[in-house]
Design a protein around this ligand. Structure first.
Ligand SMILES: C[S@@+](CC[C@H](N)C(=O)[O-])C[C@H]1O[C@@H](n2cnc3c(N)ncnc32)[C@H](O)[C@@H]1O
Length: 244
């Protein structure tokens, strides 16, 4: 499968599961996904608390990380202070439609724009922070993705990638692996009616490069201060780096 075909398949799959995406996300992660996104926002509070800082959340889906960043920013800033709205972008309209609906319900000023993360419609060096949660793994070309993220980041700007990875080898890692490979695809497939989409999740995680490999890729594509933190028995990683 070439990159264009791989990308089209990912887009079709997320279009199909968009209506049940939030419900299944929270159910299948026992709502831990909310904690991981909140923790990610806390990690970047030093940027979010600058009212002029421009923030882009890529592969934003229905906007849950965008809103976590927005809430982190609101808590850090004086409500009367003018601030740049956080931008969420995704290439599936069905996801963006839900994100905009949630923004209206939450009176959030976050903006949502359709964009392919591999060809962003933003000028060079326009953001202070670029994030993505559980989206990077789906890109058809990781290296091109990182170069594109670096292009839109200002020098010294930061990037955060929250992703699943194969858990550690301890007993909890084993339990998680069993749940992720055997239980989650069955429940997700039964509720969404889309077995393929929920079989794709563990399959794509097992093919995804390990955290040190992702870190090495970041260093090759214009980033410095590359770090990663492992959460949830090593199954969830927050990669962070600075645009060199
Ligand atoms: C697993 S969801 C994550 C959504 C959200 N970030 C979250 O934390 O729930 C992955 C998202 O990445 C989007 N995506 C995948 N490849 C993309 C690309 N090349 N450009 C833009 N969005 C992409 C999908 O449409 C989907 O909404």
């Amino acid at each position: 499968m070439d990159e264009r075909e791989a990308s089209a398949r990912v887009r079709d799959m997320f279009t199909r599961i968009a209506p049940r995406y939030d419900f299944l996300n929270h159910l299948l992660s026992f709502s831990l996904d909310r904690i991981w996104r909140r923790r990610t926002a806390r990690h970047f509070l030093h940027i979010l608390s600058r009212p002029e800082a421009r923030v882009l959340d890529l592969c934003c889906g229905t906007g849950d990380l965008t809103f976590a960043l927005d809430r982190g920013r609101s808590a850090a800033l004086n409500p009367a202070e003018r601030r740049s709205p956080i931008i969420g972008s995704d290439f599936v309209e069905g996801m963006l439609f839900r994100a905009r609906d949630k923004a209206a319900g939450a009176r959030s000023d976050a903006l949502f724009a359709a964009a392919d993360a591999l060809r962003l419609p933003f000028a060079n060096e326009s953001f202070d922070l670029v994030t993505t949660a559980f989206g990077f793994r789906n890109l058809a070309n990781y290296e091109d993705g990182l170069r594109e993220f670096a292009r839109v980041l200002r020098r010294g700007g930061e990037m955060g990638i929250l992703e699943f990875t194969e858990p550690g080898s301890g007993p909890m890692g084993g339990i998680f692996r069993f749940y992720f490979r055997q239980i989650l695809p069955r429940i997700g497939g039964a509720i969404s009616g889309d077995k393929e989409a929920y079989a794709y999740l563990p399959g794509s995680v097992s093919k995804f490069p390990s955290p040190p490999e992702v870190a090495a890729l970041m260093e090759r594509t214009g980033f410095s201060d590359v770090r990663f933190a492992a959460w949830n028995f090593g199954s969830v990683i927050l990669h962070s780096a600075r645009r060199a």
